[in-house]
Design a binder for this molecule. Sequence first.
Ligand code: NAD
Length: 295
Amino acid sequence: MPSGKLHRSVSLLFHLRGRVLRRSIASASFRLEKSMLKGKTAVVTGSTSGIGLAIARAYAAEGANIVINGFGEPAAIETERAGIETDFGVKARYSAADMTHGGAIATMIAEAEAEFGSVDILVNNAGIQFVAAVEEFPVEKWDAIIAINLSAAFHAIRAALPGMKQRKWGRIVNTASAHALVASPFKSAYVAAKHGIAGLTKTVALEAATFGVTVNAICPGYVWTPLVEKQIPETMAARNLTKEQVINDVLLHAQPTKQFVTSDEVAALAVFLASDAAKSITGVILPIDGGWTAQ
Ligand code: NAD
């Protein structure tokens, strides 16, 4: 073969081999990514619905065993639990722990550790909302919001952190809110609880920093979930507005993108925070809010 032709054939061969190699590296890292959390266990509070369910499913898609938690129709919860197992080939159990009870939260963590051997990822996500002027704010609503949106995270972290520290690996993700960074009128309890979660996140991040455990807060803007849908009538009453005005002039008004954030976007961020690539990200209060808190 003339040397020019030989050179072309050899370089074509190398070119093709390079492409095949690049492709197999890409598919290997894809496979690796899809099982990034294999062997890990994630407890996601408030995951029978909305953002928590999306996070639970996203962790399961990465191979983690899952504990879902929250309220709802038993049959609907069982459908979600079984769906996680069949869709992703992992184990999923359900804990009915009420996030207003510290003892029940500690039991949920202990049971997960007993069943799966560890709780490696804890997502403190359960939350409720109530909208009213502070002088009319029902005392029991204040107490419930502080208990579920703030104190529950303390109880769960207190129970799960010792095992994470011992194993020198852990991820704690707190679902906070843009309301961890800015306030809105008529949401005194919610804003107080979410600002509290920001403080808890930073404090525990410092305590856990040398143990391979990261602690971060995700701060979504408005995500279309039952929690947001439910506050529309309350906001209509508190501000004397129509439903359309609440959606466009209150909710989407806050977000420069003029779009709701999606649960899947929040879940993707939670997956990233659980990755090894995010091991140096800790103590961060991270907005995912369409630009809301940039204003
Ligand atoms: P959601 O109503 O869809 O889900 C809330 C979950 O918490 C449900 O699974 C519910 O059963 C559970 N829960 C409520 N009380 C509980 C209790 N006492 N014990 C155990 N579980 C309980 O709401 P969501 O919008 O998905 O909210 C999830 C989290 O995201 C909350 O912390 C919320 O504050 C936060 N968040 C939501 C938005 C939004 O716009 N939807 C924005 C920012 C932050």
